[in-house]
Design a binder for this molecule. Structure first.
Ligand SMILES: *Cc1c(COP(=O)(O)O)cnc(C)c1O
Length: 392
């Protein structure tokens, strides 16, 4: 099946949809059984998409889990109430005191804070590595290295990693790999085909696609599914069927949304690239983005999220630019239908890195290009960059 067909077909088993196009929203804490022996049967099958107790999920969750497995190519999918919960839930399911974790330096900031805070207190040591390290990761593996964690492209600075190269080294050393695969969504990178063991999604972003639900997933292979599922269960992780219903509804339009985000973002990025005040574009489809060759080799498409670096500008200029935007809203997250903008001084980007140093002189602006007409977005940015320049 091709990507678009899979997006429509995934997770729509008759057991979950019962004759409708979409699965019902099945709300439950208690599940009641007809007899003691039925309860025993359900208990024996509780890992296996059987109604058992609300925390194990209902048919709405089973439909969404099936859809994510089918799209990402995994065997099991654990659900979490946010992307951040998926990250901490996956890491805590496999790490123990004394373990060593290799963490990409361009990682999402809360993941870094988790490593430096809670994981460090639990006796887990983290070493950050250069996102462009590739097979050179070999030199950083210690006898107690348990997990190599990747995020590709990196948060804010967008470095694309050599995912299969790192996975090859990890496999040769018996080290597990986890990938924050949110940027690709479940359809633009096939993590398990490239050798990843756990693929994490902030489904909050493009899967939900409408900025109205927090949701996370960690999808994995047969080898790791039992351990991930049972530990996530013990951590009490569960998700609302209403949220899962919205995620399934969002998922059905993922293909068309991603293509439109990608094409709008390309138009805006090309316009930015032609400006004399722009130093370079950090969009995986542009040669100026570190790891562009890995994007070309491994990814099936892009989306609306990218950054660009200006030649100059100060904090006051960033404020003047952002405060006056008409279509771009100031806000965290991304992946919804609306355009968003964030501005970072070089000092702020540098403070998010520890294994590498951030060399740019000018501010970095991160954009999420929504589904508005790109000509309106370009006019908005043109006026904003003029406000920024006035503060130089
Ligand atoms: C937003 C984001 C997360 C966290 O997702 P939440 O649902 O907001 O907790 C994790 N990783 C990446 C790359 C993100 O952009």
């Amino acid at each position: 099946m091709k990507k678009d067909t899979k997006i429509i077909a995934s997770g729509r088993k008759p057991e979950w949809t019962r004759g409708a196009v979409n699965p019902a929203v099945v709300r439950a804490s208690t599940v009641v059984f007809d007899s003691v022996s039925d309860m025993k049967k359900a208990t024996a099958q509780r890992h296996n998409k059987t109604l058992f107790y609300g925390r194990r999920g209902t048919t709405t969750a089973f439909a969404f889990q099936d859809a994510m497995n089918e799209l990402e190519g995994g065997v099991g999918c654990a659900l979490y109430p946010s992307g951040t919960a998926a990250i901490s839930g996956a890491l805590l399911s496999f790490l123990q005191a004394g373990d060593h974790l290799l963490m990409v330096d361009s990682v999402y900031e809360p993941t870094r804070d988790l490593c430096d805070g809670l994981l460090s207190r639990y006796g887990i040591e983290t070493t950050y590595y250069d996102p462009m390290i590739g097979e050179g990761i070999k030199a950083l593996i210690q006898p107690n290295t348990k997990i190599i964690y990747l995020e590709s492209p990196g948060s804010i600075t967008m470095e694309v990693q050599d995912v299969p190269g790192i996975c090859r080294v990890a496999k040769a050393h018996g080290v597990m790999t986890m990938l924050d695969n949110t940027w690709a969504s479940p359809v633009n990178l096939q993590p398990f085909a490239l050798g990843i063991d756990v693929s994490i999604q902030a489904a909050t972003k493009y899967v939900v696609g409408h900025s109205d639900v927090m949701l996370g997933t960690a999808t994995t292979t047969a080898e790791y599914w039992d351990q991930l599922r049972e530990n996530s269960y013990l951590l009490g992780q569960c998700t609302s069927p209403d949220d899962l219903y919205l995620a399934l509804r969002g998922l059905r339009t993922l293909g068309v949304r991603m293509r439109q985000h990608q094409s709008n973002a390309m138009q805006v990025a090309q316009w930015l690239e032609s400006r004399s005040d722009v130093d370079h574009i950090r969009h995986p489809a542009f040669a100026s983005c570190p790891g562009h060759e890995f994007f070309e080799r491994d990814y099936l498409g892009a989306n609306g999220l990218f950054s660009f670096v200006l030649k100059q500008g100060n904090a006051e200029g960033i404020k003047a630019m952002l405060d006056g935007m008409q279509h771009f809203k100031i806000g965290f997250s991304w992946g919804g239908f609306e355009s968003l903008i964030l501005g970072h001084t070089p000092e702020h980007v540098a403070h998010l890195r520890s294994a590498t140093s951030w060399q740019a002189h000018g501010p970095l602006i991160r954009l999420h290009i929504g589904l508005e007409d790109p000509e309106d977005l370009i006019a908005d940015l043109d006026a904003g960059l003029a406000r920024l320049a006035q503060c130089n």
